[in-house]
Design a protein around this ligand. Structure first.
Ligand code: FAD
Length: 380
């Protein structure tokens, strides 16, 4: 046995968020030896949040990115059920659907067009997923009629998952089938020697590494490529007591999500702050979230606040996620920048990245805007 400090892996994944854990899980399934390094604890970053909304892009101006996310959402239920079977841990996955209020005639007209396009893009005849405009007053026991004077959209593709439970299930599988090392930060990787140095003084060897370090990835990537391709953006959410509301659809209104979960809680979020001083919860923001959410969803009025949470999402400057080998390197990969939709796409991102690592074609190809070539300026 080599000494622990030189333990050797096919792949080291840096970062125990939804991207890192999904990639490690998929790589283990492909037969690789895998370790995850997490500087703090699983879910210490943006992935340890509360919302878990799995929302489709609008069925308008369809493109490869929207198709990729659609394919991800179609597959996520099967993926979550398989993981639950393997680990015995419920992920809180549920196909809840979503309501959007229509506040102007213009929006009503737009969404009628979108519902036409959904017939073509969402293939309701085979998938069963619909995107329909409903008249004013429909479902007003949940989204107030005043918030939706021109009616609502009700679509059935949207789903939700319990973020912390999903991470726990992935981490459990990885612990049982690979290595998961918490409290151990990545410092640097010597590609030529395949050696990775950690903050705890350990040296590990790895054929390849993947940086999945959320907002911190951008400084690490800059250190390797010389280019700063993204930033962090703060958001805040809270969990309310929601007994009796478990079967209601999610609402997206006024920039906020209201997402009922199957454990009798309701998640509300998220705000977006490009400029922030700390990652801590801002009580003014908490009050604002409650006030805005109860204004369009009166059933939330007076519900007990169970938890408040703030996190920093990784956002690439070009908005789409970055997945693949970093320019100028042979063995360093990155998966980051999922911004607001990471939970819905992480499992398919993992499929694509691991397919690349083992030299196979993925079942669904990454959209061009997720490739490194899209995010980095060509070197001169
Ligand atoms: C308020 C809010 C609400 C959101 N709601 C949703 C939602 O409803 N649906 C959705 O899909 N997305 C949502 N998001 C976005 C989503 O949470 C993020 O896009 C996603 O969690 C990012 O995952 P990640 O794995 O890339 O990064 P992270 O979760 O940030 O994970 C990165 C990990 O890397 C670790 N790390 C960093 N540096 C090192 C190092 N040097 N060595 C070792 N480890 C390191 C960190 O500790 C962290 O655990 C929301 C975000 C916020 C803030």
């Amino acid at each position: 046995m080599p000494p622990a400090s030189f333990k050797s892996y096919d792949l080291i994944v840096v970062g125990g968020g939804i991207f890192g854990l999904s990639i490690a899980y998929r790589a283990l399934k492909a037969g690789m030896s895998v370790a995850v390094l997490e500087k703090d604890r699983i879910g210490a970053g943006a992935s340890g949040g509360l919302l878990g909304a799995l929302m489709p892009h609008m069925p308008a101006r369809w493109n490869p990115k929207k198709e990729f996310q659609f394919q991800s959402l179609l597959r996520l239920e099967g993926f979550a059920r398989q993981l639950e079977k393997e680990t015995g841990i419920a992920t809180g996955y549920g196909r809840c659907g979503r309501i959007l209020p229509l506040t102007t005639q213009d929006k009503l007209d737009h969404h009628k067009e979108r519902s036409e396009e959904a017939l073509e893009r969402w293939h309701p005849e085979t998938t069963g997923f619909t995107y329909e405009v409903e008249k004013p007053g429909n479902r007003s026991d949940w989204l107030s009629a005043e918030a939706a004077p021109f009616g609502i959209v009700y679509e059935t593709l949207a789903a939700r998952i319990a973020p912390r439970a999903y991470l726990k299930a992935l981490a459990t599988y990885i612990r049982e089938n690979g290595a998961l090392i918490e409290g151990c930060g990545f410092e640097r990787y010597d590609e030529a020697a395949g050696r990775l140095a950690t903050s705890t003084g350990m040296t590990l060897t790895a054929e390849r590494i993947v940086l999945a370090t959320g907002p911190q990835s951008f400084a690490q990537i800059e250190g390797i490529t010389g280019q700063m391709i993204g930033r962090g953006e703060k958001g805040q959410a809270l969990l309310l007591e929601g007994a009796g509301l478990e079967l209601q659809p999610a609402i997206y209104c006024d920039g906020l999500y209201v997402v009922p979960h199957d454990d009798g809680t309701i998640a509300v979020g998220s705000t977006s702050d490009r400029h922030f001083e700390t990652a801590a919860v801002d009580p003014v923001r908490t009050e604002e979230l409650i006030r805005r959410a109860t204004s369009f969803c009166p059933q939330l009025e007076g519900r007990e606040v169970l938890t408040v949470w703030a996190g920093i999402r990784p956002r690439c400057n070009k908005r789409d996620a970055l997945v693949g080998r970093l320019p100028g390197t042979d063995r360093v990969y990155a998966a980051t920048g999922g911004f607001k939709i990471s939970y819905g796409i992480a499992h398919l991102i993992a499929d694509c990245l691991v397919a690349e690592l083992i030299g196979e074609a993925p079942e669904v190809h990454l959209p061009p805007s997720y490739h490194p070539a899209f995010h980095f300026a060509p070197s001169r």
